[in-house]
Design a protein around this ligand. Structure first.
Ligand code: 5RP
Length: 239
């Protein structure tokens, strides 16, 4: 019989399952968000017990938590290349295409994931979707002329077939949220994102857009906490 698990239980179960992938002397990317924090908390006792890993964090928040728990955190410019990154996601679509950035760390998360041989996504079951877009897509933009940039993002989303979309500056005009790199986040609510590759290409062509929360071809597996245990999603094998 399956037992009831809260969303937080599911996140913790996925994070603990990711520990199995951690091997001695790995160079490890640490994600951002509540699920990634479960992973950092689960990793800490192993490190305390003598497990040697080199870590790089995807946000100041994660770096602070890791250090507080006794995990040394290095610099990606020193480490250069990572064996694996373990990070959460806001949505996991077909072929492990992700929406990330709900915690505002998408830029560093993407840089760290791109420097990693493997990216293991850890999430609760509600994150798995057939079509991306229910979660507003976070787009990191520079503060200068951000209203103009947001209009161009909205226009790109409409042209990429995302339907009605609404742009919101995270935190609002009076107190905009600032990322670790000093940028703003525009959250783009849309009906759906039917063609993430097309939207990603269009967003990457807009001056003022630093990066977006679409992660294409980066995740190598997802561990999803469900009422029946942790299920593993892997991309279809290429023949
Ligand atoms: C942060 C992220 C997070 O991984 C994402 O928001 C998921 O968060 P949580 O694990 O708290 O549900 O992309 O920028």
């Amino acid at each position: 019989m399956s037992k009831h698990l809260t969303v937080d239980d599911q996140k913790r179960a996925a994070a603990e399952a990711a520990l199995e992938y951690v091997k001695p002397n790995m160079r490890l990317g640490l994600g951002t968000g509540s699920t990634a924090e479960h992973f950092v908390r689960a990793l800490a006792p192993r490190v305390k017990a003598g497990l040697k890993v080199t870590t790089v964090a995807t946000s100041e928040r994660t770096a602070a938590l890791a250090r507080e728990l006794g995990i040394a955190v290095g610099n990606l410019d020193d480490v250069r290349h990572l064996d694996m990154t373990v990070d959460g996601a806001d949505e996991i679509g077909p072929n492990l295409v992700l929406i990330k950035g709900g915690g505002g760390a998408l830029l560093r998360e993407k840089i760290v994931a791109a420097a990693s041989d493997r990216m293991i996504v850890i999430a609760d079951a509600a994150k798995v979707v057939d079509t991306l877009g229910r979660f507003p897509l976070p787009v990191e933009i520079v503060p200068f002329a951000h209203l103009v940039t947001m209009e161009r993002v909205a226009d790109a989303a409409a042209r990429a077939g995302c339907g009605q979309n609404l742009m919101r500056l995270r935190g609002g005009e009076a107190h905009p949220f600032k990322t670790d790199s000093g940028n703003y986040i525009a959250d783009c609510s849309a009906d759906a994102i039917p063609d993430p590759e097309r939207l990603a290409r269009m967003l990457e062509g807009i001056p003022g857009v630093v990066d977006h929360g679409l992660f294409l071809g980066l995740a190598t597996a997802a561990l999803v906490g469900t009422a029946n245990g942790v299920s593993v999603i892997e991309p279809p094998r290429r023949e």
